[in-house]
Write a protein that binds this ligand. Structure first.
Ligand SMILES: Nc1ncnc2c1ncn2[C@@H]1O[C@H](COP(=O)(O)OP(=O)(O)OP(=O)(O)O)[C@@H](O)[C@H]1O
Ligand SMILES: CC(C)(CO)[C@@H](O)C(=O)[O-]
Ligand code: BAL
Length: 280
C-alpha cells in the first residue's frame, strides 16, 4: 500500500492504471476509520482491479460553528487498517493542496440540498459536492462507494454524477451498526458513557417507524409523532429533525410510498449531532 500526498501524483497514478485497462474502485472518507468504512473498502476490493481510499477532513463542508478542529484523526491506525484490507493507494492530501490560494470554483446541487441535512447545515453539501467532484477528477474511479448512513449525501452525489455526465458508477452500501443498533460513525467517539447508552434512541425510533409501517400505518405525521415520543424517552437526546421524504426527490411525504420512502432523523446527544435513517 502506498500513501500519496499530492493530487497531481495521485492523478498520474490513476492515469497509469486507466492506460493499463484496470478498473479503479474509490472510497472517499474523512478518516478515523471503522467497520462502516471498511465494508465499503471490502466491496470496492471485490468489484475492481485496484482500490484507492482518500482520507481528507474537508474544511469546506464544515460550518464555522461545527467540529472541524476536533474531528477525530488517527492516520497511523487508519493506514494500518487499510493495509490489512489490501488497499492499493491512500490519498492523504493537505488542505493547501486541495484548496490552494485563489481557489474559487464550487459544485452545487440545487433542490435536493435544501432539505434535511442541508436545512440544518446550509453550506454542507456545497462543500461535499465540490470536494467529491475534485476527488473524482484526481482518482478517476470507475466506481465509487458511499454509505447509506449519509443517505442524502448519496442521493446528492448520484444527482451530481448524472447532471454533470461524470462517467462513474455510484454504489450505495448498507449501514453498519453496533450490536445495540447504533450506526457506526466517527463522531460516536465524542459520546460519554451516558450519551453512548442513550444514542441507541435513533435506532429505536427507526425501529418504531418500521414496526408501524409493517403493520400498515402510512400516515407520515403519525409515524413522526411516534418516533418523537421514543426519542423523548431519552433525557439526554434533543431532536434536530425527524422527517419522511421521497427517496427520489427528497420531497416531504404525507403518506409512506412503497419503495420510495426515506425515514431519517438527526438528534443531539449533548453537543454531538448524530444522524440515522432507514429506506422503505
Ligand atoms: N455505519 C456506516 N455504515 C456504512 N457506511 C458508513 C457508515 N458510517 C460512515 N459510512 C460511510 O463512509 C463514508 C465516509 O464517511 P465519514 O468518513 O464521514 O464517516 P462517518 O463515520 O460517517 O463520520 P461522521 O462522524 O462524520 O458522520 C461515507 O460514504 C459514509 O456514508
Ligand atoms: C464524502 C466525504 C468523504 C466528502 O468529504 C464525506 O462527506 C464523508 O466522509 O461522508
Ligand atoms: N459523513 C458526512 C460528513 C460530515 O458530517 O461532514
Amino acid at each position: 500500500m502506498r500513501i500519496v500526498y499530492s493530487a497531481s501524483e495521485m492523478q498520474a497514478i490513476a492515469n497509469k492504471y486507466r492506460e493499463w485497462g484496470k478498473r479503479i474502485g474509490f472510497v472517499p472518507t474523512m478518516g478515523y476509520l471503522h467497520e462502516g468504512h471498511l465494508s465499503l473498502v471490502r466491496q470496492a476490493k471485490q468489484d475492481n482491479d485496484v482500490v484507492f481510499v482518500s482520507i481528507f477532513v474537508n474544511p469546506l463542508q464544515f460550518a464555522p460553528n461545527e467540529d472541524l478542529d476536533k474531528y477525530p484523526r488517527d492516520i497511523e491506525r487508519d493506514e494500518s487498517l487499510l493495509n490489512k484490507e489490501g488497499v492499493d493507494f491512500v490519498f492523504y492530501p493537505s488542505v493547501e493542496d486541495m484548496y490552494p490560494d485563489g481557489f474559487q470554483t464550487y459544485v452545487e446541487v440545487d433542490k435536493l440540498t435544501k432539505v434535511l441535512e442541508g436545512k440544518s447545515r446550509p453550506t454542507h453539501f456545497r462543500g461535499v459536492t465540490t470536494v467529491v467532484a475534485k476527488l473524482f477528477n484526481i482518482a478517476k474511479p470507475h466506481r465509487a462507494y458511499f454509505g447509506k448512513k449519509d443517505a442524502q449525501q448519496l442521493i446528492v452525489i448520484k444527482r451530481m454524477v448524472k447532471d454533470l455526465n461524470m462517467d462513474i458508477e455510484i454504489i450505495g452500501m448498507p449501514i453498519v451498526r453496533e450490536s445495540d443498533g447504533l450506526a457506526l460513525s466517527s463522531r460516536n467517539k465524542y459520546l460519554n458513557q451516558k450519551e453512548r447508552e442513550q444514542a441507541v434512541c435513533l435506532y429505536k425510533a427507526l425501529m418504531k417507524a418500521k414496526e408501524l409501517i409493517e403493520t400498515g400505518q402510512r400516515d407520515a405525521d403519525v409515524i413522526k409523532e411516534e418516533m418523537k415520543k421514543v426519542i423523548e424517552g431519552y433525557p439526554l437526546a434533543k431532536i434536530d429533525y425527524i422527517d419522511i421524504n421521497s427517496l427520489s426527490t427528497l420531497e416531504q411525504l404525507k403518506q409512506v410510498k412503497e419503495g420510495d420512502t426515506l425515514v431519517s432523523l438527526a438528534v443531539f446527544l449533548g453537543s454531538t449531532r448524530l444522524i440515522d435513517n432507514m429506506w422503505f
